[in-house]
Design a protein around this ligand. Structure first.
Ligand code: SF4
Length: 337
């Protein structure tokens, strides 16, 4: 029994219907253990070649279509993420699109989740209205949680499904001004960091694996925002800019790269455009003369990997703010990426 809903029956049906001979499967890091074994064992019975993408996949922007083509696979099965428009972007960049199945891999909790700690915390804080969100693996839990909250006379703000991505948090922006605070079902700090940057309200984070809550306050938001302000102040002094692009099809944004190049050229600031599959400190270390970088690929590189880079790395929206195209207040209201 897997901890995640793997939709194996639908996958097998699709493979049989289309008589695929070989498939590539792709999982996010951390999900490569038990679910992968389950899938591999099932697909082995279908008499097809099964390959596994070994590089980490951080999002649906990172579909291993190139690898699938090199391996002559007819199907890519990507686990752990949902569509969000990226699949079209990737396929439209290919001369011959390949078939892709996206399996969100919803988490299956061994027992019913107990939301009592959330309710207790909300009562303590006397919240009347909350914004509700979750990452894709836990999105199905929100219906039940919303029902419990509504039965307690708490108004729930939740836009579309309430799903947050590392780079898409529209539901947070829409709920921020009309909520006393947020409740989110997710694990780890990555998405918490996204909350703190994109909202200025307290957050109750519910970890569905441990059943525990962690609370973050306005002060935590202020701290992360102040750090961004300090970074932008430093980047503003840059005389030589680096423009970072990713060769991952879902992250390659030629229009954004071109906009950045034009803006710097207008201001007679020299720049170099560097495109890499994986952007990391080793890539940047080759360019000691660069004073600051702007990321046109995954914006979270600028946010979460900040301490790994020894030069300021900013998102596209932050770059626009540095050059007075976007106001600082707008970053605070509409987000930093
Ligand atoms: S661009 Fe970054 S944050 Fe957005 S889906 Fe891809 S990896 Fe996640």
């Amino acid at each position: 029994m897997s901890d995640y809903e793997l939709e194996i029956d639908q996958i097998v049906q699709k493979i049989r219907e289309n008589s695929y001979n070989s498939v590539l499967i792709q999982f996010p890091e951390g999900m490569l253990d038990k679910p992968l074994k389950t899938i591999k064992e099932t697909l082995s019975k279908e008499n097809i070649k099964v390959y596994v993408a070994g590089d980490p996949s951080y999002g649906v922007c990172d579909l291993a279509v190139d690898l699938a083509k090199k391996l002559k696979c007819e199907l890519l099965i990507h686990f752990g993420h949902s569509e969000f428009g990226f699949q079209n972007q990737v396929n439209s960049a290919l001369s011959e699109p390949i078939d892709v199945i996206l399996v969100p891999a919803y988490y299956l909790s061994p027992q019913e989740l107990d939301y009592t700690p959330i309710i207790r915390e909300i009562k303590k804080r006397n919240w009347k209205t909350v914004g509700l969100a979750a990452t894709i693996q836990h999105i199905k839990n929100l219906d039940k949680l919303e029902e419990i909250l509504v039965n307690k006379n708490i108004t729930v703000n939740r836009y579309n499904t309430g799903q947050v991505l590392g780079c898409h948090v529209t539901t947070l922006h829409k709920s921020n001004n009309v909520s006393d605070g947020f409740i989110s079902v997710h694990a780890g700090y990555f998405h918490t960091h996204g909350f703190l940057l994109n909202t200025n309200k307290p957050l109750i984070q519910f970890d569905p694996y441990s059943g525990s809550i962690t609370c973050y306050e306005e002060l935590d938001h202020d701290k992360v925002v102040q750090k961004r302000f300090a970074l932008l102040t430093q980047a503003k002094k840059a005389k030589y800019w680096g423009i970072l692009g990713s060769s991952k099809l879902g992250q390659l944004n030629l229009k954004m790269i071109s906009n950045v190049q034009s803006l710097l050229a207008e201001r007679e600031l020299p720049s170099i455009t560097v495109v890499a599959e994986n952007i990391n400190p080793h890539v940047l270390a080759n360019f000691s003369y660069i004073d600051a970088w702007v990321v046109t690929a995954c914006p979270r590189l600028a946010i979460d990997d900040k301490i790994r880079f020894n030069k300021p790395v900013v998102t596209f929206r932050e770059f626009l703010c540095i050059f007075d195209q976007v106001k600082w207040e707008n970053l605070l209201e509409q987000g930093f990426f």
